[in-house]
Each structure stands twice: as structure tokens, then as C-alpha cells.
Design a protein around this ligand. Structure first.
Ligand SMILES: C[S@@+](CC[C@H](N)C(=O)[O-])C[C@H]1O[C@@H](n2cnc3c(N)ncnc32)[C@H](O)[C@@H]1O
Length: 210
């Protein structure tokens, strides 16, 4: 499917407009506030708002994405933030679904928000993300919830594209992982025609046991 390829995302990021709000994702702000800054990996980082937010709080961050155009855009924004923040950030081009995928290093926090998986790739992609969490570290995954498909015109209607939190948690071996949050919180956003709609996120926060 095209929406999982570099070409699809490069084309989207090539336009003049920014695609996302520039603000960090609320679930990251809520969860990372409880963590001591260390090393972090953000996969599917897009324009880098989560990367920037972490780096500004003292984290050393790698932002990874399939789109080199997105990474260039994110790096330009990081450079504008000044040398102290920019020095804490690295960028990596990666295709999480590729057969040629090279494993990540390990990090104290692995964050991935709204990077949606081809259904047949989901468990392998989740295992690749989980493998990048160090002992004692956190895995924070956020997806649009499948119930958002009940809102006409809001999301691409691709069966299996969106995951519940329990589907995100499914590949984690519970002897190795402690589940801290497995939830589907609601929030209100502007929907089609700028009408407010109530959507749900799937949120998984798990800690790798020491
Ligand atoms: C919906 S955007 C989310 C961006 C950012 N996490 C945010 O919340 O603003 C999904 C991102 O995942 C990236 N992506 C899509 N497929 C990918 C893949 N196979 N490997 C790595 N990143 C991918 C896209 O380029 C895009 O930046």
C-alpha cells in the first residue's frame, strides 16, 4: 500500500505547508514528565515536534522516519532552536517495515505516535520498536483508535490500519514487560468541515523489566 512508502510521505512533506501542529503529542507530554531525561528514540518523527520537546527538556534524542524530506524539515527546525538543543538531536532515515531494516540501538524511551502499520507487518514492527528499549526503559506507543472510523470522512478507511492498545501490547512478553497504561482516552478535535468531533487514541505505555 502506497501510504507506507517513502515516496508517499516524501510527496506529502514536499509541500509548503507543515503537516502537523508543531506541538508535542499530549500523551508524550503526560508520560515523559514522569521520566528522568536520558536517551530517547522517536520513530515516525515527522516534522520532529516530539523530538524537539524532548531535547529541550534535556533528553538526547534520535528522530527516525521513512521520509528524508521530513527529516530535512525537522532538522531545519532543530537548527533554529539553537546549538544546545540541536546538539542533543540526531536524525536517522529508517523504514520500519523493510526486510533490510537494521536494528536500532537501545534507548531509555522509545516513542512512536500515529505511525500506522500495514496489518500484516504490525507485530514485527512492534517487536523492532520494543527491541530498542533498554532494561528499565519505556515504550510509548500511540495510535488512532479503530472506533474513529465511525466518524465519516475523518480517517482513511483501511481495515486493520488502526490498533487498540491491547493489540499494541500483544507482542510484548509479560515476563519481560510491565504494562503501565493500556487505555483509550478521548479528546475533542476539529473534524471534517471544522466541526468538533470526539476521537479516541490507543495508548500503550510499557516498561521493560530490569
Ligand atoms: C501520521 S505521521 C505522525 C508524525 C509524528 N509522529 C506526529 O505525531 O506528528 C506518521 C509518520 O510516520 C512516518 N512513517 C510512515 N511509514 C514509516 C516507516 N515505514 N518507517 C518509518 N517511518 C514511517 C511518516 O513519514 C510520518 O512522518
Amino acid at each position: 500500500m502506497t501510504m507506507f512508502t517513502q515516496e508517499f510521505w516524501d510527496e506529502r512533506y514536499r509541500g509548503d505547508r507543515t503537516l502537523w501542529s508543531g506541538r508535542p503529542n499530549p500523551q508524550l507530554v503526560a508520560r515523559a514528565a514522569t521520566l528522568t531525561p536520558a536517551s530517547a528514540l522517536d520513530v515516525g518523527c515527522g516534522e520532529g515536534a516530539d523530538v524537539m520537546w524532548l531535547a529541550e527538556r534535556g533528553w538526547t534524542v534520535t528522530g527516525a522516519d521513512v521520509s528524508p524530506v521530513a527529516l530535512t524539515r525537522a532538522a531545519a527546525r532543530a537548527a533554529e532552536a539553537g546549538p544546545v538543543t540541536a546538539a542533543r538531536i540526531q536524525w536517522r532515515h529508517v523504514d520500519l517495515f523493510s526486510e533490510d531494516f537494521e536494528p536500532f540501538d537501545v534507548y531509555h524511551l522509545v516513542n512512536s505516535q500515529y505511525l500506522h502499520f500495514p496489518p500484516q507487518e504490525r507485530d514485527r514492527a512492534l517487536q523492532r520498536l520494543a527491541a530498542a528499549v533498554s532494561p528499565g526503559g519505556s515504550l510509548l506507543l500511540v495510535s488512532h483508535h479503530p472506533s474513529d472510523l465511525e466518524i465519516p470522512g475523518l480517517r482513511p478507511n483501511v481495515p486493520g490500519l488502526f490498533s487498540t492498545a491491547s493489540e499494541l501490547a500483544a507482542p510484548l512478553d509479560r515476563t519481560e514487560w510491565e504494562i503501565l497504561t493500556e487505555a483509550a482516552p478521548q479528546r475533542t478535535v476539529d473534524g471534517p468541515g471544522a466541526r468538533p468531533v470526539t476521537i479516541r487514541d490507543s495508548v500503550l505505555h510499557a516498561r521493560r523489566r530490569q
